[in-house]
Design a binder for this molecule. Structure first.
Ligand code: UDX
Ligand code: UDX
Length: 471
């Protein structure tokens, strides 16, 4: 590999921390900056502040070697050639991305520039943000010859972020500066040249020396649009299959078979066709809203994006009504909520459909006992335990004496429940599955009434449990 690049990553969240350890993994020298002192302290003491497969191993491998953590942004900028901005770009009230953190960080970067730097937008930002970064640097008196701005959007899914980084479908670099493009190509060369994949201990995945990562160089605006358009298209696939699921239910068809049949068409593909509670997370909701706002700002009425959001919002009401139709009334009913995170294999509860459904059920007077393998601590911060909202240590405790069990997050362990044991602990054998983790017949065979998404409604157990079995 050509000479290691000195890299500064600003923001040690789900995006920045993963980028920092992965850049170290491919041989670069990284300084990861964050303004959250507690988080930096945790990282320096060996802690792992977020739940990501393989992150603990890479932190162990590179902490104080290839990557260091600090709150001192100026010093980190001075010492680095490439500065990656990976701070939050949350959704503002109008739907526009809140770029105040980006602007704050760019102002601080300006003070640290004394020689040529490549400033990289890693955070998801609306098109033309690179222009705004340029203006802010000018206002701070930075000489235009001392920097270039590049868009390098992330396509990381939470739970598989390390793998998605090390084995990307594509790396997108947005800049018209040859010099800046050259720096980014040097940074990603171990992946695009494939040498990384032959290293002992390399992260395994789809890429290899023979099939290295692909890098696309385009304009900054095109790169920024690629990110928003890709996320919006994935969200479209999910809202589309959810709308089809609601139709399937009305005609006694099975959405799982429909999705399988659609996905066998190589032009459609099987991924992102899983019907359920709708999408959540810190990206899709915010990116669809930001993309819609950007279009509006440029006089484009992107109606389709409004439909994607509308269907997604409706999906949570559809699920709530399933629970209501299974139980008739909700006041005082004891419900086991399996799942709090916005999807399986993550601790992130931002925009979690599970939490939105739980709030609706609590408002309707139900008593909820929730369990999630990783998201409970974060959930308790926004939904504290109370007489009506309880947290259990495992799924069977959550299901004890429940009038119904709700599956809200697609954790693997919720798809492999000991149904005999579950039937013994619940008050009534009713499962309302928002993630279609089971075949209806399996549930029927174990004596459960099973309600799920986009399947024929008729999966009712013949009768409730004999009185002697009610605990
Ligand atoms: C976020 C968005 O979710 C994602 O869509 C975008 O592409 C990148 O930013 P994420 O890593 O999830 O990604 O953000 P978050 O988990 O909020 O982490 C941001 C980090 O930046 C936090 O640790 C925060 O303390 C830090 N930060 C924020 C700074 O260091 N300085 C700031 O001024 C603001
Ligand atoms: C997404 C994009 O996949 C990623 O490329 C981008 O960089 C960031 O946003 P993420 O939000 O971490 O990643 O998770 P993802 O796996 O995409 O799931 C998003 C939401 O869609 C989750 O709530 C998930 O449960 C839901 N989903 C996903 C479905 O409901 N059905 C599906 O088929 C797939």
């Amino acid at each position: 590999m050509s000479k290691p690049v000195s890299i500064c990553v600003i923001g040690s969240g789900y995006v920045g921390l993963v980028a920092a350890v992965c850049f170290a993994e491919i041989g670069h020298r990284v300084i990861c900056v964050d303004n959250d002192e507690a988080r930096v302290k945790t990282l320096n003491e060996g802690g792992v502040p977020i739940f990501e497969d393989q992150l603990p191993e890479l932190l162990e491998r590179h902490r104080d070697k290839g990557v260091e953590f600090t709150t001192n942004l100026g010093q980190a900028v001075e010492a680095s050639e490439a500065i990656f901005i990976a701070v939050g770009t949350p959704q503002g009230d109008t739907g526009a991305a809140d770029l105040s953190y980006v602007e704050a960080v760019v102002s601080e970067i300006a003070r640290g520039i004394s020689d040529y730097k490549v400033i990289v937008e890693k955070s998801t930002v609306p098109v033309y943000t690179n222009e705004w970064i340029r203006r802010v640097l000018h206002r701070h008196g930075v000489d235009p010859k001392d920097f270039d701005i590049v868009s390098n959007p992330e396509f990381l899914r939470e739970g598989t972020a390390i793998k998605d980084f090390m084995h990307p479908d594509r790396i997108v670099v947005g800049t018209t500066s040859e010099r800046a493009a050259g720096v980014l190509q040097r940074i990603y060369e171990p992946l695009t040249g494939g040498s990384y994949y032959e290293q002992p201990g390399a992260m395994k995945g789809a890429c290899s020396k023979e099939n290295p990562a692909k890098l696309l160089v385009t304009s900054a605006q095109s790169a920024e649009i690629i990110k928003h358009a890709s996320n919006a298209f994935l969200a479209l696939k999910i809202s589309f299959i959810n709308a089809v699921a609601n139709l399937a239910e009305a005609v006694d068809a099975d959405i799982e078979d429909i999705a399988a049949g659609m996905g066998m068409d190589s032009r459609i593909g099987p991924k992102f066709l899983r019907a359920g509670l709708g999408y959540g997370g810190s990206c899709f909701p915010k990116d669809v809203a930001a993309f819609h706002w950007v279009a509006q700002q440029h006089g484009i009425d992107f109606q389709l994006l409004r439909e994607i959001r509308k269907i997604n919002e409706t999906q949570k009401d559809v699920f709530f009504n399933k629970v209501l139709s299974a139980l008739w009334t909700l006041r005082g009913k004891k419900l086991a909520a399996l799942g709090l995170a916005f999807k399986g294999n993550t601790d992130d509860i931002r925009e979690s459909p599970a939490l939105e459904v739980i709030r609706k059920l609590l408002d309707a007077g139900a008593i909820v006992t929730a369990y999630d393998p990783a998201g409970m601590d974060r959930a308790k911060e926004v939904l504290p335990g109370s007489a009506k909202m309880r947290y259990a240590d495992d799924l069977y405790s959550a299901a004890a004496d429940a009038d119904a069990v709700l599956i809200l997050t697609d954790w693997k362990e919720f798809g492999t429940i000991d149904l005999v044991k579950l039937n013994r602990v619940v008050k009534f054998p009713i499962v309302v599955d928002g993630r279609n983790l089971y075949k209806p017949q399996t549930m029927l065979d174990h004596g459960f009434t099973y309600v799920s998404v986009g399947r024929p409604a008729g999966y009712q157990a013949q009768q409730g449990k004999p009185r002697s079995m009610v605990s």
